[in-house]
Ligand binder design. Structure first.
Ligand code: IPE
Ligand code: IPE
Ligand code: MG
Length: 241
């Protein structure tokens, strides 16, 4: 296990996960189309990345599109995919410059081919960076992820290559898409909704949860820093005393 890089902040969360919610409401409050809310939300993504780099957070996971979000109207889905493409084009240079490694989780095979190719290239190009890892959750659903893990273990057991009795939490976690990534210490959700919406159900077992009232497009670096400050005041017990 590596230590958090900034000893100045000993209790900095290693991994922050964010449910970026409220783009549509932000737009509605301004009489704008939902797409404008999503576009404004892209700026908040940059802020979140910058804040994590400044604090020395090692992993930032962003819930950008859920498996359930495919059920939205086609024009909204198309707009979101277009914005993701644009974000990847613009971010390609920044991630390199900022030495941010990109990883992805989710059912990427459901994404447009063009987007998948961009993601492949960017993941490949940034694989050597170790300062901050940005994990994009795209077409992601935690239940699907858990079912896939169970299926792969069941297939191995059925083939006689795995003793079911040997399966423990570590074995199971190693079959999730987040294998090798430490569990989130802090989960932030914007827009005031108090639910997890099928995000990282296994991994957030002991995450500290902070719900912010503001919508995602209004999220700035200081919001992330304030959430970390609150996290540092909390007492994590992990079931003990
Ligand atoms: C979050 O904002 C972005 C995605 C889910 C893709 P929403 O689009 O959910 O905005 P609200 O919750 O309707 O305001
Ligand atoms: C969760 O937000 C998904 C993302 C932020 C990508 P939703 O807006 O889809 O969740 P619900 O519908 O409010 O539960
Ligand atoms: Mg929402």
């Amino acid at each position: 296990m590596t230590q958090a890089p900034m000893s100045e902040f000993p209790d900095i969360p290693r991994h922050i996960a964010v449910i970026m919610d409220g783009n549509g409401r932000w737009a509605r409050e301004r009489g704008k189309p939902r797409r404008d809310g999503h576009r404004a939300g892209a700026e908040s993504v940059r802020e979140a990345i910058d804040a994590c780099r400044e604090l020395g957070v090692e992993y930032l996971t962003l819930y950008a599109f859920s498996s359930e979000n495919w059920s939205r109207p086609a024009d909204e889905v198309t707009a979101l995919m277009g914005l993701l493409d644009r974000f990847l084009d613009e971010k390609a240079r920044d991630l390199d410059k900022q030495k941010v490694r990109l990883l992805t989780i989710g059912q990427l095979e459901r994404l447009p081919e063009k987007t998948r190719r961009k993601l492949d290239r960017l993941r490949d190009r940034t694989r050597g960076y170790t300062d901050l890892t940005l994990v994009l959750a795209l077409s992601y659903g935690a239940r699907e992820e858990i079912v896939r893990a169970a299926r792969s273990l069941a297939a191995e057991a059925a083939a006689g290559r795995l003793d079911p009795e040997s399966i423990d939490c570590a074995t199971f976690a190693s079959r999730l898409q987040t294998a090798g990534i430490p569990d989130p210490d802090l989960l932030i959700r914007t827009s005031g909704e108090m639910r997890v919406s099928n995000f990282l159900l296994w991994q957030i077992s002991y995450a500290e949860i902070i719900i912010l009232g503001k919508n995602w497009p209004d999220f700035r670096k200081d919001d992330l820093k304030a959430a970390v400050a609150e996290y540092r005041r909390r007492h994590r017990r992990f079931g003990g005393l």
